[in-house]
Design a protein around this ligand. Structure first.
Ligand code: PEP
Length: 249
């Protein structure tokens, strides 16, 4: 079912103590909301984050996972390891993973397949680079990212997919897509899914926008009909900003 979601991607920020401090503040200030609220701390703090949010509705999710079940993959974390500590959702395909760690559509497709086979939820990130938008190629790029990594998924597995459209030029830059640009792309994404599957899958998947969402622009972006929430980077690192963005939904 299509739900509203606000998720914070903490990236490689916050040590153990800072994680506990931010989570305590967030849990205390969390407004009443029907939206799902998620945070993605770094791997090393997932277990303690889960413990400290024991009595909270805030969900802890992973920033990444590997496609293999186990084995000689130094430095990697498997889906089973995440599930074993109670983490059932992973971000897959973040633009920083694509840009700095060589994650191709082919690798991402494998990660998606593994996660869904384990009944995990996938928050799949995708989005065009600035040159793609300037050359009016952004719709093609997004369609091919979706097709290459997601469109071999069974129709029945889409219930475990959350999409996060994140134009790369808007991530961490302070430059946000306008609410109209976000709406236009989200509507295009639903149309592309309808063509590949059907309208019911397209209308039931939550599509988040990510890219410099702040308290000042969240209400306007979230007011668009095809925007179901946000994946938040920088502004998720301050409790008051993140709480303000949750209130905006
Ligand atoms: C992100 O990294 O997913 C992101 C949206 O970052 P920021 O909000 O800082 O642009």
């Amino acid at each position: 079912m299509r739900t509203k979601i606000v998720a914070g991607n903490w990236k490689m920020n916050k040590n153990l103590v800072e994680t506990e401090t931010l989570l305590t503040e967030l849990a205390a200030k969390l407004p009443d909301t029907t939206a799902e609220v998620m945070v993605a701390p770094t791997f090393i703090n997932l277990v303690s984050a889960k413990q400290s949010l024991d009595n909270s509705t805030i969900q802890v999710i992973a920033q990444n996972m590997h496609f293999a079940d186990s084995g000689a993959y130094t430095g990697e974390i498997s889906a089973d390891m995440l599930l074993n500590v109670g983490i059932d959702t992973a971000i897959i395909g973040h633009s920083e993973r694509r840009a700095y760690f060589g994650e191709t559509d082919e690798i991402l497709a494998k990660k998606v397949t593994t996660a869904l086979a384990k009944n995990m939820r996938v928050m799949f990130c995708f989005g065009e680079e600035l040159e793609d938008r300037k050359s009016d190629n952004h719709f093609n790029v997004v369609a091919s990212q979706l097709k290459n990594a997601l469109f071999s998924v069974e129709a029945s597995e889409w219930k475990n997919i959350i999409l996060a459209y994140e134009p790369v030029w808007a991530i961490g830059t302070g430059e946000t897509a306008s609410p109209e640009q976000a709406q236009e792309m989200h509507a295009f994404i639903r149309k592309t899914i309808t063509e590949a599957y059907d309208a019911s899958i397209a209308n039931n998947v939550s599509i988040l926008y990510g890219g410099s969402v702040k308290p000042a622009n969240a209400v306007e972006i979230f007011s668009k009909p095809d925007v179901d929430g946000g994946l938040i980077g920088g502004a998720a690192l301050k409790a008051d900003d993140f709480v303000a963005i949750i209130k905006a939904i």
